[in-house]
Design a protein around this ligand. Structure first.
Ligand SMILES: Nc1ncnc2c1ncn2[C@@H]1O[C@H](COP(=O)(O)OP(=O)(O)OP(=O)(O)O)[C@@H](O)[C@H]1O
Length: 167
């Protein structure tokens, strides 16, 4: 059995009465051809020709998020405080690694949220679109969930040390 069969094709085969069957099959074939062309990124704007330039543009992305996104700055500040406290209280290597990973997760999702917002704005501009709302709300929701998880983890690992220091 061919397990690589696209879901859309399985759906079409299982619906022989579909009036759009041949049209859908043509669309799928065209899509597969265009996907091959797209994978070569012939029409893409490619200027990062070496590793150094790739790092430079990645750095510009982080810098853009820091300059323009208030939430990103807040997460960087809270993350830095949490990491400093982990070092100050001499938390174990495992605990420090877990805190670092949760901070990274929040920042990574914040960057992806910013990227998605840019792509949505590029696509729909100032027009209201229900799908644009879903895309932006879900991306923001992903950041929120990661931030709550980070707070819980920081609370579990750091709070006992903070309370002891003030006791
Ligand atoms: N084109 C659109 N169509 C429909 N709803 C939209 C559209 N653009 C934004 N929204 C709604 O407005 C909300 C805020 O969008 P906006 O682009 O201002 O993000 P933001 O305030 O920069 O978000 P964040 O704080 O996550 O960076 C979205 O979560 C969405 O509900």
């Amino acid at each position: 059995m061919n397990i690589d069969l696209p879901l859309s094709r399985i759906f079409v085969i299982k619906s022989p009465q579909s009036p759009f069957l041949s049209e859908q099959m043509t669309q799928i074939d065209e899509f597969e051809e265009s996907e091959e062309i797209a994978s070569q990124r012939i029409n893409s704007f490619q200027i990062a020709t070496n590793l150094f330039l790739s790092f430079k543009y990645a750095g510009q992305g982080v810098s853009y998020a820091f300059r323009t996104q208030r939430n990103f700055r807040i997460h960087v500040i809270i993350g830095s405080i949490a990491l400093s406290l982990s070092i100050y209280f001499k938390l174990s290597a495992v605990a420090c690694s877990i805190i670092s990973l949760t901070i990274a997760l929040v920042l990574v999702l914040e960057l992806l949220n910013t990227a998605l917002e840019a792509v949505v704005d590029l696509t729909v501009g100032r027009e209201f679109h229900q799908l644009a709302k879903i895309a932006k709300d879900c991306a923001a929701g992903a950041v929120l969930i990661a931030a709550i998880a980070a707070l819980i983890i920081a609370g579990v690992l750091l709070l006992p040390h903070i309370l002891l220091a003030f006791a």
